[in-house]
Structures are given as structure tokens and as C-alpha cells.
Design a protein around this ligand. Structure first.
Ligand code: ZN
Length: 226
């Protein structure tokens, strides 16, 4: 059986338990890990991120189970244990991160910008005891300055991208350090696709940055929102 046949088997069988008799599923090369679907009465069609195209059957079953329970509104909080373990493993990052970086269009090839090196920002945050150093983490600037999304973190792929709007001689490094710190809190919280992004616990951690006030003032002045 090839990967698509396994995927189809998994989604069709799970679908039957939820009253879907006609189910098809295929892999798609989405940039981000995601699942798209279309459905009507008893019929459903899925496009599943190809980052899971080598996942064992029980992992795909767990994925299908969560998706069907969500679309049937019997909301399940998160993916089951096997799926979570597989998708957050070191091997997953090692195998998929290069593909993810290849698919990301608006990112530089290095952590070093024209003025600020994000690797040094990361080091500063580690020295302050705010983050733990992770060798698998990839830090990049956007090629084009993005003002709508000033920082982005793929928790699964261990990639953090910071808008090059901050790689400027006019903005102190503490601002990009702070934006990086914000993204690293997401990373540290782990993969939680159905959870709250900026809950109270998140804000508490954010305030632990010693230059939280100053950085927030800068962002306000620049009319940028994190
Ligand atoms: Zn955030």
C-alpha cells in the first residue's frame, strides 16, 4: 500500500464511525501543517499536509479521529498521544524542517540581517535566563519587511521568522529581541493547535522580559502589533 492508500483507508474507516460513507483523502504540499476539507451529508473530501505522508497508520488514525470529531462538533481538545508524540519528535523536525524552509518564500537564508543578527538576540535571551537554548531552532528574517505580521513561529518546524522591519539602524536591538522572545514563548509552550494563543499565562511570561515596557513603547510608536 502506498502512503495515499493508507491515508484513504484511515480516513474512510474513521469516517464510517461518524456517519460518513464516502470519504476520500489526499496529501497536499501546504506550506504550513494543515488539513482542509469539504463535506456534505455522508460525504467528505480531505487534503492533508504532506508533512505526515510517512506517518504510521495509528498516527493517521488519531489525526482522522480528531478531525472527524471536530467537524461533527463532538469537539475533542487535541490530537491523541501517538499523533502528538510522532509530530513533535526530534526526527520529525530533522526530516521536515528543510522542506518547510524551502517552501517559505519570504525568508532570508541566515539569521544575520544587515544590522542585527538574530542568533545574537537569541544568545542574549538565553543569557538573561529567559529561554533555553535549542540547537534545532532556525532563526530567519523576512526578505520583505512585513508590518502586518512582525514575528512568526512554527512550533512544529522549530522556525522563527522576524520581520526585517526591525533590522534597521534606527530601531534598537531590544525591540527585535523582544519580538523574538514573544515567538519563543510560543515555541516553548509546544504544539497546541486548538489552544489559546495569548492567554494570561502567555502574557505573564511576556512581562518577564526586563525591557517589556520599553519594547512595548517602541512597538506602539512604530504602530506595529505583536
Ligand atoms: Zn503571538
Amino acid at each position: 500500500m502506498n502512503a495515499t492508500e493508507i491515508l484513504n483507508g484511515s480516513f474512510s474507516e474513521t469516517g464510517k464511525e461518524y456517519g460518513y460513507d464516502s470519504v476520500t483523502a489526499e496529501f497536499s504540499g501546504f506550506r504550513e501543517f494543515k488539513i482542509k476539507w469539504r463535506r456534505s451529508c455522508g460525504w467528505a473530501e480531505f487534503e492533508v499536509s504532506d508533512y505526515v505522508n510517512d506517518a504510521p497508520r495509528e498516527v493517521l488514525n488519531g489525526l482522522a479521529e480528531t478531525i472527524f470529531s471536530r467537524i461533527s462538533r463532538q469537539t475533542r481538545k487535541c490530537y491523541p498521544k501517538e499523533m502528538m508524540e510522532w509530530i513533535t519528535s526530534d526526527e520529525f523536525v530533522k526530516k521536515k524542517q528543510p522542506l518547510y524552509l524551502m517552501r517559505a518564500r519570504n525568508i532570508t537564508r541566515s539569521s544575520a540581517g544587515e544590522h542585527i543578527d538574530l542568533a545574537l538576540s537569541y544568545q542574549r535571551l538565553a543569557d538573561l535566563g529567559l529561554v533555553n537554548f535549542d540547537n534545532d531552532l532556525v532563526l530567519r528574517w523576512t526578505k520583505q519587511p512585513n508590518t502586518k505580521r512582525i514575528g512568526y513561529c512554527s512550533v512544529l518546524m522549530k522556525v522563527v521568522v522576524i520581520s526585517s522591519v526591525f533590522d534597521s539602524p534606527d530601531i534598537p536591538a531590544l525591540v527585535s529581541d523582544y519580538v523574538l522572545y514573544h515567538e519563543l514563548i510560543h515555541l516553548n509552550k509546544g504544539f497546541d493547535p486548538f489552544g489559546q494563543r495569548h492567554g494570561i499565562d502567555f502574557r505573564v511570561l511576556e512581562h518577564m522580559h526586563p525591557q517589556h515596557e520599553e519594547a512595548s513603547e517602541w512597538l506602539k510608536r512604530l504602530k506595529l502589533h505583536i
